[in-house]
Design a protein. Sequence first.
Length: 423
Amino acid sequence: MPITILMPSLSPTMTEGSLAKWLKKEGENVSPGDIIAEIETDKATMEIEAIDEGKLGKILVPEGSDEIPVNSPIAIIIEEGEDEETLENFKTPEISMKTTNVNTGVEHEEKSKEVVNAGLAEDESYLANGEGETNLPVVDEGRVFVSPLARRLAEKQSLDLSLIRGTGPNGRIIKSDIEAFSNRNLSFKSNVDEDSYDYVPADNMRKTIAKRLTESKRDVPHFYLKADCLIDELITVRDQLNARSNNEAYKISINDMMIKACAVALMEVPNANVSWDGDGIKLYKTVDISIAVALDNGLITPVIRDANEKGLRMISEETKLLINKARNGQLTPEEYNGGSFTISNLGMFGVKEFNAVINPPQGGIVAIGAAEKRPVVKNNVLDVATVITCTMSLDHRAIDGAVGAQFLETLKSLIENPMGMLL
């Protein structure tokens, strides 16, 4: 019996992905462990391995297709002894599709009767146009059928679906209909010459960043705490440690020491190492620090696991390795999922201070500014010191103001007296 290959879920937050490339062609034999395709998520490019033996009988989703829902059929393998004729009467499992009644706004779940028949004509193939279209009939005049992706796009733009003409099977509204309608409206509203700008379509990473940060600022009650930290002693300790490195076997940075200080502070103030879970608070037993890494097309946050238990040299080596893998698109889901707290450092760009957006579902993030010489008062005497500004963004649902203040006070103390983080 033919075997259906589904779009895999490569992380807990993944809902859709792009099929970047097929590495096997229709008719080619496949064995367990063979790499058959490359999938792009919002974080990285991953490979799909075959787990069954047979022949790639039918590719249902062409390479280059975007926004393919997780668990959607993407190809069919036929087993030994079967041939292409086996596909003619084979149907993949039913897929639940949602439609919206434009008069009531109520969603309806429909079961596609024949999601895919591998021998059917092109207009009935699953994921035509790369967005999960199926040949659903219009059952009454009051209901408009719309693909899940098109419905989401319409909701984001507050578009009235009853005004949009569907060009999908049996008049179903699909992604291209939403885009065409939006572009027509923009052409009436905008007087900007199209030659005056370049339009860059958002990739999966940028779309996910936009979605998650919008949700964070909308749903998470941020509050902010700020402290100026003197780091001359921290710089001295760093330089002493690096001077002990034979042939520069390691090179510890200020950021490495900030990761360690944050991890130790979270252990000393465990009520800050938490996240809100809808009905309660998760108190994490480990300290896993996410580090914000800027990429050409967005941002990703690989995780230093058990950072409080690791020395500065190990933190430095892991950080360099993860940053390098992130910039080359080689991170695995295990390396960027999770984390209980985030550090974002823009000091290298000369940014004095900034308010970072919390990375859900985490409870907080610390934004680190540039190290600069500033006038300070020490023992009632005006002096000059190297100072950085640390700004905490905290989720008030999980962390109270007093807890946040206690954590920032502890972090400041560790930064200004770095021997404490080495104990």
